[in-house]
Ligand binder design. Structure first.
Ligand SMILES: C[S@@+](CC[C@H](N)C(=O)[O-])C[C@H]1O[C@@H](n2cnc3c(N)ncnc32)[C@H](O)[C@@H]1O
Length: 237
């Protein structure tokens, strides 16, 4: 199935709108960036399993894009095993912290840039792989963000995503905790979908899902509770 065409941001007013929208989205993440940078990874074993899996899919002849990279902790790990990894995030503060980490631990293949995953981040067909970890539930328009990610892939490229499916969590999170936290500025805008809805959205962009995996290791991990449905989706275009 071909990817639907993506409306380009051609005129000045739509560019200005896109900038204002990115600034609004960045506000929450800018505010929490310092705290986020020092927060411990909740499930280190699951995180390491994901990194190993991702690293095995990348190679030194590949150009890779990460969207929603946060403070760059994850990008630093696979970057040496790629030809080029461009890691992007809508939050300037997240990117500033990521750049400081990179300065302290230089990896020539890696660079960071501020970019909104709801707007075109890359040229069509520029990348062999697009990484999206803990991001797809945060974009404004899932179909558009997926279309943009798909569009930036070369033929045969991989979209590798790991996504909390909030519709599969305890309903109190969706209907009580998140609205309350959002009202007091402690949670961002989130999309609530389940794994089936996410996979349908991915398939709508003409991506074949080649692997669906769960990498959480904690017994109480309720992010996914239906058999092998997934934390990590590996998509082949
Ligand atoms: C939960 S954090 C995940 C960070 C990192 N990928 C990780 O797994 O640790 C979500 C990140 O996505 C970024 N983000 C949210 N909406 C975004 C958007 N529309 N475009 C790009 N980045 C976005 C936030 O600034 C934040 O750094």
């Amino acid at each position: 199935m071909p990817s639907p065409a993506i409306a380009p941001l051609a005129d000045t007013s739509s560019l200005a709108e896109a900038k204002a929208s990115a600034a609004r989205k960045a506000r929450f993440w800018d505010r929490i960036a310092v705290k986020y940078a020092v927060a411990p990874i909740a499930d280190m074993a699951g995180y390491e399993a994901t990194l190993r899996r991702v690293q095995g899919l990348l190679s030194t002849d590949q150009d890779v894009l990460e969207i929603g990279c946060g403070t760059g902790t994850t990008a630093l790990r696979p970057a040496p095993f790629t030809r080029r990894l461009v890691a992007t995030d809508v939050s300037r503060r997240m990117i500033a912290i990521a750049r400081r980490k990179l300065a302290a631990e230089p990896v020539p293949q890696l660079s960071f840039a501020v970019a909104d995953a709801d707007t075109p981040v890359a040229a069509p067909g520029e990348y062999h792989a697009v990484l999206a970890f803990n991001l797809l539930h945060l974009v404004t328009d899932l179909d558009r963000a997926l279309a943009l990610a798909a569009q930036s892939l070369r033929p045969g490229g991989l979209l590798i995503s790991k996504t909390p499916c909030i519709a599969e969590m305890n309903p109190l999170i969706r209907y009580l905790a998140l609205p309350v936290m959002r009202a007091i500025g402690k949670a961002p805008h989130v999309l609530c979908f389940d794994a089936d809805e996410l996979q349908s959205a991915i398939a709508r962009q003409g991506l074949d899902i080649v692997s669906v995996e769960r990498h959480g290791t904690r017994g109480r991990d309720f992010r996914v509770h239906r058999g092998p449905q997934a934390g990590l989706n590996l998509h082949h275009l």
